[in-house]
Design a protein around this ligand. Structure first.
Ligand SMILES: [Zn+2]
Length: 172
């Protein structure tokens, strides 16, 4: 009785979510041992490089990260998908939009672990780290704007992202 009432009012939300999650997970191809976290293919206006991490290192980072904050459906799928990686396969795996959204904004934290490989789109050399710059930084009242630029050690610009945000000043 209770079960049918739950279904009637759409309260079977958890079960629905699980079905959705399983369906999405089974639709994904198996990952290889290497995952592409940034790429010209993902956003040509921003990236002129590919950044690749080992699937096991990415899994470690995600597990650590989501042990401290709430998990979305996409993140849940990501955490279930990575352990299925074929470690003998060295062909880098690209992420779809949903999985990419899970690590969006954390790319440089993943790079800070020193375990990422950065392939410059210009010299095609592979690096362990890049140089980050802030260009045209402006502070107008509470508005902050500028451009974040990454360069490979040979000076090639491989990332370019304009930002503009409003920060509330704390009364002190
Ligand atoms: Zn370069």
């Amino acid at each position: 009785m209770i079960e049918s009432i739950k279904k009637l009012f759409g309260l079977d939300y958890e079960n629905q979510l699980k079905k959705e999650r399983d369906k999405y997970l089974s639709s994904l191809p198996k990952p290889s041992s290497k995952i592409v976290i940034c790429s010209h293919n993902y956003n040509p206006q921003v990236y002129n490089c590919d950044v690749i991490v080992e699937s096991s290192d990415l899994l470690d980072w995600l597990e650590y990260h989501f042990s401290r904050c709430s998990i979305s459906l996409n993140a849940d799928v990501f955490l279930s998908w990575l352990p299925t990686a074929n470690l003998n396969d060295k062909e880098p795996t690209y992420l779809d939009k949903n999985l990419l959204s899970v690590i969006e904004g954390y790319e440089d934290r993943l790079m800070e672990t020193g375990k990422a490989k950065i392939i410059c789109g210009l010299c095609r050399n592979i690096f362990d780290s890049i140089n980050q710059y802030r260009e045209n930084a402006k502070d107008e009242g509470n508005w902050h704007s500028g451009t974040i630029v990454w360069k490979c050690p040979d000076g090639h610009k491989i990332y370019h992202n304009d930002y503009r945000f409003h920060a509330l000043k704390r009364e002190s």
